[in-house]
Design a protein around this ligand. Structure first.
Ligand code: DLL
Length: 435
């Protein structure tokens, strides 16, 4: 099986652009009529739906971003009536204003199809058994891959994340050929296999479909040699659909974007002016067919470039080169998106500590670790050890429930952390070079 939908995946560029243009025109009319935020944004710049006649007018449209979703939490940007929404997902943050996305039945079908295309790009077919170790729940990783695997007619194994011993047992017992998880977890699994006294001969793995966090070519080499598989990159974000926005084919040189549904642009991150192919800038998406929560020129804050180079696989879908970083301060820790501001608000709400802190992110034994150094107040510092211990426990728990990943909290003496004179640098990410 070479393609899931050859007609679309190998469509000549001129035809694809006509299709995208038609879909854009309909989308703009629809959101103008149904979503007050878009109407207001367009009215503010005196743009009428009839001004958008095709793709060439894309640049006239206003941008949207996470903050718009947060401001209209939970349903303010929905374009479909609530009765037509069959599923909600949300960004991984567990406190503050989440970004909630709603899907109609058709949205779920299209998303599943996008993932099915991705699975076929990596060599899967209806005979394949696909082990899904992305988290199931509000995070889109697990259910997204799951629906795609079922759509393809493959066998989905919905293991979800965690419990490594069980993962190994199921991988061995079911002889799955495909593994879906974060790249860092794939490395961790490889080490657990060695620790368990097993070898790759105990498994039947052929390929892995890894994403949800940045990873390098060096990491790909490590995974491929340790797990003796092909390691493919898959990209997506919950606001657009989840995994399946783009994925690598056998060429492993850029991810084909399902651009008949998710239209990409690269813009200069300062001026927001569109950039051409092969230029690195901020990745922006317009969802051409979404009904639940269509997004126009949605800023991902991911840095990347696009390539229209002819691909040997025969697909004409534009390729997204490996994500090069982010333009904001969002951290991705074990696949979970964490903003330093979330950490700060837990600290600000905690009596006994000062809002002076430093966040260290590291990669130890191939797993991301998060350590937060926070200054005690003078009063707490002079308290008994028992009191300090109590506060430490509370802070550890509060932090876990706020950000969704465990953090090691280190209470340090008052005034011991460096003060900054300019823009505070609150995070040190030591993973760079270890990815
Ligand atoms: O991470 C969806 C996903 C699940 C993608 C499983 C792939 C596999 P969010 O939690 O909304 O959605 O996080 C989206 O994660 O803006 C990127 O910064 C980052 N990201 C996702 N895939 C990749 C990747 C899912 N392949 C945010 N490479 C995005 C680099 C990635 N970063």
């Amino acid at each position: 099986m070479n393609y899931y939908d050859k007609q679309i995946e190998c469509m000549p560029r001129s035809e694809m652009e006509v299709l995208q243009g038609e879909r854009l025109v309909n989308l703009v009319k629809k959101v103008y009529d149904t979503v007050p935020l878009y109407r207001d944004k367009m009215n503010a710049i005196k743009l009428k739906p009839s001004d958008i006649k095709g793709l060439q007018d894309m640049h006239k449209l206003p941008f949207t971003e996470k903050q718009d979703l947060r401001n209209s939490y939970p349903y303010g940007m929905f374009a479909a009536p609530k009765k037509d929404i069959v599923r909600l997902h949300a960004s991984s943050a567990t406190t503050g204003k989440l970004t909630v996305v709603g899907y109609t039945k058709k949205d779920i079908d299209i998303w599943a199809e996008a993932v099915a295309r991705c699975l076929v790009m990596t060599g899967a077919n209806p005979e394949s058994t696909i082990h899904i170790a992305y988290g199931y729940g509000l995070f889109t990783g697990g259910l997204g891959m799951h629906y795609g695997a079922e759509k393809l007619g493959a066998t989905a194994v919905p293991v979800s994340s965690g419990n490594t011993q069980k993962q190994l047992q199921l991988l061995q017992d079911f002889q799955s050929e495909f593994l879906c998880c974060t790249p860092s977890y794939a490395v961790y699994l490889a080490e657990s296999i060695v620790k368990a006294g097993m070898t790759m001969a105990d498994f039947n793995l052929k390929a892995g479909i890894f994403g949800a966090e940045p990873w390098s070519e060096a990491m790909r080499n490590t995974i491929e040699s340790k797990l003796k598989i092909k390691a493919y990159d898959i990209y997506g974000l919950s606001e657009i659909c989840g995994p399946g926005v783009a994925c690598e084919c056998a060429e492993q040189s850029g991810m084909h974007i399902n651009e008949d549904h998710y239209f990409p642009e690269i813009v200069d991150s300062d001026t927001l002016e569109p950039l051409g192919y092969n230029k690195t800038g901020e990745l922006v998406f317009t969802t051409l067919t979404k009904e639940g929560i269509p997004l126009i020129r949605y800023r991902t804050f991911d840095l990347a470039s696009l390539s229209d180079e002819k691909c040997k696989c025969g697909r004409t879908l534009v390729k997204l080169n490996k994500i090069a970083g982010r333009t904001d301060d969002m951290l991705i820790i074990r696949g979970v998106n964490v903003f330093p501001s979330q950490i700060e608000s837990v600290l600000l709400n905690c009596v006994g500590v000062e809002p002076h802190y430093h966040i260290y992110v590291d990669r130890i034994d191939n797993l991301d670790t998060l350590e937060i150094h926070v200054e005690m107040s003078d009063k707490l510092f002079s308290d008994e050890a028992k009191e300090i211990d109590k506060l430490h426990k509370k802070l550890t728990n509060d932090m876990l429930s706020a950000i969704g990943v465990s953090a090691k909290i280190k209470l340090v003496s008052p005034h011991s952390l460096a003060r900054s004179e300019g823009k505070a640098k609150t995070t040190t990410d030591r993973r760079k070079g270890k990815l």
